[in-house]
Design a protein around this ligand. Structure first.
Ligand code: KG4
Ligand code: ZN
Length: 358
C-alpha cells in the first residue's frame, strides 16, 4: 500500500463514486470537509438502481446478468452527473463479483480520464464500515479502537480498527455469510429474494403474536472460544427441520422465521460480547445489508446498554445499510483527506476476495 501526502486536496474535496460490486448500480456525488475532529460529509446527489427483482428467479445474484445490467445502468445514471466538477473519482474494486466490479472500474477509468482527475480504488467493506460510523453527516470525535461487525450477503466479519484505516479481522464466518443464510432459508420458506427483509417481516409478526416455532434450531459455535462464526450448519438444520415438518401453516412459517432470526441474533450477540471484551473497543458499529435487521439492531443495542455502557454504539441509517455509492465516496474522501493516496491507474483491477485488512 502507498501512503503519501496529496497536496492538492486541502481541507475540502468533492468526489464522484461508483459502486457495482453486486446487484446495485450506484453513483453518488459527495463533498467532505476535514475538521480538527474528523470529517463532515454532504451528499450532493445519489442515484441507485437495484437489480434485485431481476435476480429473484435465481434466488441470488447471477453474475453475468449483473454485469449486463450495470453496463446498461451506469450511462443512464451518469447523465445526472455529467456536468459536475470533482477532485477525484472513486470506484469499488473489491470485494464482490468480479464481472460486476469490472464494469464499474472500466466506467470509472473513462470518467476520470475524461475529467482529468485521479481515480481512487476503494474497498467495499471499508465503505460499509466508514459510512456506518457517520452520524448526521458527521464522522467526528470517534474514539478508537473501533470494533465493527460487518454483516452482508457476502461477508460476516468482526473488524478491529486500532488506528484509522488500519484493519484487523478478528473473527469471521468459516462458511456462509449471515445475509446468505437469510436468503437461503427464506427460499426454503418460499419467500422471495432478497430474503433478509422477508424473514424479518415474518419474524416480527411471530414476535407480536408470540407464536411457538414448530422446530428448534441450533446456535452454531456459540460456546466456541473464538470470534469466528459459522452459519452453514444452521442453514442445513433449517432445511432438515422443514423437510420433517412437511406442510406448514402461515403462522408456523412466521414462527420458524423468528426462530431462525433468534438463532442468528443469539450467535451475533454472544460473539459481539466476546469481541468487545477481548479488544477493549471504545466504539462499536455495525454495517452491511443485514445491519438493517431490526431485531439484530435492538439486541445489540440492549447488550451495549446493559454490559458495555462505556462503549459508544453507532448504527447506520437504514438508507445506507444496503449497497450504495455514498459509502464508497465517504471511505474514499476520508482516506484522501487524511493524506492517504491510493490512486493508482496502472494496476487497478477487480479483486473478488479483497480483504479489508489488505
Ligand atoms: O451489503 P448488502 O446490500 O450486499 C452485499 O454486499 O452483500 O447485503 C445484502 C444482504 C442480503 O443477503 C439481504 O437479504 C440482507 O443483506 N438483508 C437483510 C435485511 N435487509 C437486507 N437481512 C436481514 N434482515 C434485513 N432486514
Ligand atoms: Zn455490501
Amino acid at each position: 500500500m502507498r501512503f503519501f501526502m496529496v497536496e492538492q486536496f486541502c481541507n475540502t474535496m468533492r468526489i464522484l463514486a461508483i459502486e457495482t460490486s453486486c446487484d446495485e448500480t450506484g453513483i453518488a456525488l459527495v463533498e467532505a470537509q476535514k475538521t480538527d475532529e474528523g470529517f463532515i460529509f454532504r451528499v450532493l446527489k445519489n442515484m441507485l438502481l437495484s437489480q434485485a427483482k431481476l435476480h429473484e428467479e435465481y434466488g441470488g445474484v447471477y453474475p453475468t446478468l449483473a454485469k449486463r445490467e450495470h453496463q446498461k445502468n451506469l450511462p443512464i445514471l451518469f447523465r445526472e452527473f455529467a456536468d459536475e466538477k470533482v477532485d477525484a473519482v472513486a470506484v469499488t474494486h473489491g470485494p464482490g463479483l468480479e464481472p460486476a466490479l469490472w464494469t464499474g472500474i472500466e466506467f470509472a477509468k473513462r470518467v476520470s480520464e475524461q475529467w482529468g482527475v485521479p481515480l481512487l480504488p476503494t474497498n467495499h467493506m471499508e465503505g460499509h464500515l466508514i459510512s456506518s460510523l457517520v452520524k448526521d453527516g458527521e464522522l467526528q470525535n470517534i474514539e478508537l479502537p473501533v470494533l465493527a461487525l460487518l454483516i452482508s450477503g457476502g461477508h460476516t466479519e468482526f473488524v478491529l480498527m486500532r488506528d484509522w484505516f488500519k484493519y484487523e479481522v478478528i473473527g469471521e464466518t468459516l462458511d456462509d455469510a449471515v445475509g446468505e443464510a437469510f436468503d437461503k432459508v427464506a427460499r426454503m420458506l418460499g419467500l422471495p429474494y432478497p430474503g433478509g427483509p422477508e424473514i424479518s417481516k415474518q419474524a416480527s409478526t411471530a414476535r407480536e403474536k408470540n407464536t411457538e416455532s414448530p422446530a428448534k434450531l441450533p446456535r452454531p459455535m456459540i460456546t466456541a472460544d473464538t470470534c469466528d462464526v459459522s452459519f452453514s450448519g444452521l442453514k442445513t438444520a433449517a432445511l432438515y427441520a422443514l423437510k420433517n415438518l412437511g406442510e406448514i401453516t402461515d403462522e408456523q412459517r412466521a414462527a420458524f422465521a423468528r426462530e431462525f432470526e433468534d438463532a442468528v441474533t443469539d450467535v451475533l450477540v454472544t460473539k459481539t460480547k466476546r469481541a468487545l471484551k477481548e479488544t477493549g473497543a471504545k466504539t462499536f458499529v455495525i454495517g452491511g445489508g443485514v445491519a438493517a435487521n431490526k431485531h439484530i439492531r435492538e439486541s445489540l443495542q440492549k447488550l451495549l446498554a446493559e454490559e458495555f455502557t462505556y462503549v459508544e454504539m453507532r448504527l447506520p441509517e437504514l438508507s445506507i445499510t444496503g449497497d450504495n455509492a455514498i459509502m464508497i465516496a465517504e471511505a474514499a474522501l476520508a482516506r484522501a483527506l487524511s493524506g492517504l493516496d491510493d490512486s493508482n491507474m496502472s494496476d487497478l483491477r477487480a479483486v473478488g476476495n479483497l480483504s479489508i485488512a489488505s
